[in-house]
Design a protein around this ligand. Sequence first.
Ligand SMILES: N[C@@H](CCC(=O)N[C@@H](CS)C(=O)NCC(=O)O)C(=O)O
Length: 205
Amino acid sequence: MKLTFSPGSPYARKVRIAAIELGLIDRIALVPTTVQPGQSNEGYARDVSPLRKLPALILDNGNTIVDSYVIAEYLDELAGGGKLIPASGDAKWRVKTEHAITQGMLEAMLLCRYERMLRPEEKRWDVWLDDQWDRAWQGFKLFEQRPDTLARPLDIAQIGLVCALGYADFRFPDCGWRKTYPKLSAFHEAMMKRPSIKDTVPPPA
Ligand SMILES: N[C@@H](CCC(=O)N[C@@H](CS)C(=O)NCC(=O)O)C(=O)O
């Protein structure tokens, strides 16, 4: 299998962490790939995904799986199922919903990043930027108030949260989440003891 990725992508990081934790990383060739909003990335759109987003998992039979969650779900099934995503019941829906919140937090932070990186300064809309940032911030607040979630055995929602916190460190290093959210800070520190998480931290920008 091949995984399109970039070292700074929090979504690709999620898949890499899942693959390591599931014992599947040796079966995946990592393919460094650059796609940037505002550029056509024609080859990627044609051969990999019309959405032109990382990551994508290209299977040995030529089929392609897109979206970090869907890839993680595929890998979980390949590893026997029910490892990072509970197989059924309340636990499944709780983990899937919490993961979806971390996904939305990442989307909001990426929109802030793209707005700052790509849009000419005179055209930036601060109200919109602040609104997107607040979605991520409120997400952190929600998890700060969920000690049970932070203390569970590893699952895809926790991995999503670590990737969101890591992305905040990577692109918004002065945002101060550790000070505002001490329980998340302790959670992140504990998670960093796992090689899968420590070894996939984005390199300095
Ligand atoms: N929902 C997608 C989001 C993936 C995504 O936005 N990836 C970013 C890189 S971190 C990307 O490819 N951006 C390029 C673009 O939006 O043009 C997932 O979970 O995989």
